[in-house]
Unconditional design. Structure first.
Length: 125
């Protein structure tokens, strides 16, 4: 045997040892690829129905949002009407009530002044 033959035997042995060491890693990688393939297949099978349900849900949500917009618009109109009604009552009833209150206050002051002047007269007598 020559030196080249011995070198070839050593290289072949090293390669065989490398393959033996790498086999468990290749087995694990093979299992990982199989599990990934199953996961992708399940995802593809379930993605269609999931997207269909999502589309239906979004359609229902959009319908509800339209109804809420209508309700909000109606509430805004009612609030504006109530505000106008309050303004009308305030202008219609507020001015006469202030006048009555002013007259009542004037009468009350007059009566208090009369009472105080009587009490001063009785003290002076």
């Amino acid at each position: 045997m020559s030196g080249g033959d011995i070198a070839a035997i050593i290289a072949a042995s090293a390669f065989a040892l490398l393959v033996i060491v790498m086999v468990p890693s290749f087995m694990k990688l093979s299992k990982l690829v199989d599990e990934t393939r199953v996961t992708v297949r399940d995802l593809n099978e379930n993605l269609g129905p999931l997207l269909s349900e999502l589309t239906d849900t979004m359609s229902v949500v959009n319908d509800q949002v339209i109804k809420i917009d209508e309700i909000t618009s109606n509430v805004k109109n009612v609030t504006g009407n109530i505000d106008n009604l309050v303004d009308i009552f305030a202008s219609a009833l507020g001015s006469p009530l202030f006048k009555v209150a002013g007259i009542g206050r004037g009468i009350f002051k007059f009566l208090n002044n009369q009472k105080q002047s009587r009490s001063k007269r009785s003290k002076n007598d």
